[in-house]
Write a protein that binds this ligand. Sequence first.
Ligand code: ADP
Ligand code: MG
Length: 255
Amino acid sequence: MSVIDVERACVEFDGDHVLENIDLRIEAGEFVALLGPNGSGKSTLVRAILGLQPLEHGRVRLFDEPLGRFSDWSRIALVPQRLPGTNSIPVSVWETVTSGRITPRSRFKRVGKEAKAAAQLALTEVGLWPRRHDRLETLSGGQQRRVLIARALATSADLLVMDEPTAGIDAENLTHLVHLLGELHKQGVTVLVVTHELTDIEHLVTRAIVLGEDRTGTIRYDGPPPVPASFADAVHHHDDHPHDQSAAPTGLTPR
Ligand code: ADP
Ligand code: MG
């Protein structure tokens, strides 16, 4: 079964092709790393896959259903690259993690026992259980990202999509996150991770996809890791981290 099926996807911003004829099919159980330099369209592709970015042309299917008809969003967990409007809405760490489980049916119900247990476990796994009553914006950028990761972990989704989850995360938490991703993958979760840090997850990755240089918006490499040296330039790049200036990832480290 295909979890993600993108056909000839095009996205333009102000006439520039950010994605051009992207064909991408991801099967259940894959662990895919999406790589490429800044501005190559990684976040745009992820957003397009999830219906957050309209396409100029092309089609997206999720779990073998056209995007427009797909409605089972509880099957998908997203860790976005940037927190949307962290400072505008006062929200606690606990509320953020439990909100990942909200479905239209349960929106006005209190958080159930099972959801609470999942949220507690997830917060413990990312080391932020003691901070659960704190307001989200009082946490550092790296901690906020861990909250989003916990939120995704608590959903029990079949597809986990993470846009640079390791940015701004210290070595200890990174090791822990990589372990968690491995466990989820073993349990059958399909994983799509946008990253500059292939080194840390390379042993888990079944397939690496490298997007092209600025504005070409095409796939340059699609295959098992390691990424051939001729494409490594596209991977060895730092991103800007608006929420955390510390602990910039180091990109591909030579072996
Ligand atoms: P990446 O995640 O690979 O760094 P993005 O998908 O964020 O790249 O961006 C790809 C290109 O599209 C960049 O040139 C970026 O400036 C542009 N872009 C992204 N989002 C928008 C937007 N909402 N409006 C206009 N341009 C955008
Ligand atoms: Mg991005």
